[in-house]
Design a protein around this ligand. Structure first.
Ligand code: MTE
Length: 332
């Protein structure tokens, strides 16, 4: 990223509207009806339309992963989704190389079957979950999240998954548990770039327990109505929409509950540049560039305007209270 990574002239594929405009306009209409009342009929329309939208959106490349639209407040932005092509070929996944095009090129070596996620540390019920069991733990939801990368670009991706809190509740954290650490796969046989010293492997991320419990924090298994492509963090990853993209750890193998703040991969690599919290914040510049604006992938052209970056990436109403009383310049 940043200091270590330079975008080496990757040219974007031609952006294509993967979902017909009519479908998204219909969603917007249904939402407006919802806002005005008439919730029952609107919900039925929503469900029907969503099935349509999903069918229209599915790229047909990987196994389908069905999901109902999420009822979590704020879980689906009306921003137009980024094309699947862009979302699956412009990636950060350093275990497969540092160029944006590397993960799509190299991640075919990531074998994800069998897969298990171990839950350990300060919980009453530690254990190892086979992927199949994790998938069945809760109903899958579709959530259309904005993802803002610390490098100054953003995407809008329809994810499939459920709130991480569903898993957290089941394992019953002890009173002493204050943080959750996410450890991702580090296997040289499956990840060609692990020989490089660009980061201290495995890639580790962390959240405060209340952040991990927030309903918007998503344990994701799919996107665009299908299972995750390897380059997007198959078979299971985190998506924390109000934080910079690097907090969303990919290909998770262990979730550990701790009393102390976990040492995270980017914080260890450059502590003055990447803090533990990493909430999207247009008021706090990265030491070497402003975070006030962003480029939406797929909207870039000679005359495309940059977008203003929103506080907490636009999720302030949902998550702002988690940080009340904290100096966000200090806890960046
Ligand atoms: N997870 C792992 N294991 N390795 C990584 O290099 N990169 C992070 C995050 N999760 C990364 C990771 C960064 S910097 C970003 S911006 C997002 O994944 C990108 O997710 P996407 O490629 O699905 O858009």
């Amino acid at each position: 990223m940043s200091r270590l990574h330079r975008d080496r002239g990757f040219t974007h594929p031609i952006p294509s509207e993967i979902t017909p405009r009519t479908v998204y306009e219909e969603r917007r209409r249904v939402l407006q009806t919802l806002a005005l009342g008439g919730a029952g009929a609107a919900l039925a329309a929503w469900a029907g339309r969503d099935a349509l939208a999903q069918a229209a959106t599915r790229p047909g490349k990987l196994a389908a992963l069905a999901a109902a639209p999420s009822a979590v407040p704020g879980a689906s932005t009306l921003d137009k989704p980024t094309s699947y092509q862009d979302a699956s070929t412009y990636n950060n996944f350093y275990e497969f190389g540092t160029d944006k095009a590397d993960p799509a090129r190299n991640a075919h070596t990531l074998k994800t079957d069998p897969w298990a996620v171990e839950v350990e540390g300060l919980v009453k019920k530690p254990g190892k979950y086979a992927l199949e069991d994790l998938l069945r733990l809760n109903a899958q939801e579709e959530r259309i999240y904005r993802l803002r990368c610390v490098e100054g670009w953003s995407m809008v991706i329809p994810w499939v998954g459920y709130s991480l809190s569903e898993l957290v509740r089941r394992v019953e954290p002890l009173g002493s548990a204050k943080y959750v650490e996410f450890l991702t796969l580090a296997d040289k046989a499956r990840m060609p770039f692990l020989g490089s010293r660009v980061l201290d492997w495995p890639y580790v991320e962390g959240l405060r327990l209340d952040e991990a419990m927030h309903p918007l924090t998503l344990l994701a298994f799919g996107m665009y109505g299908e299972v995750l492509p390897n380059q997007n963090g198959a078979p299971v990853r985190l998506v924390v929409p109000w934080k910079y993209g690097f907090k969303s750890a990919k290909s998770i193998v262990k979730i550990r509950f701790t009393e102390k703040e976990p040492a995270t991969a980017w914080n260890k690599a450059a502590p003055q540049e990447y803090g533990f919290y990493s909430n999207v914040n247009p008021l706090v510049d990265h030491p070497r560039w402003s975070q006030a604006t962003e480029r939406r992938i797929g909207e870039d052209g000679l005359f495309a305007k940059k977008r203003k970056t929103l506080m907490f990436n636009g999720y302030e109403a949902q998550v702002g209270q988690l940080y009340s009383g904290m100096d966000l310049r200090k806890f960046f």
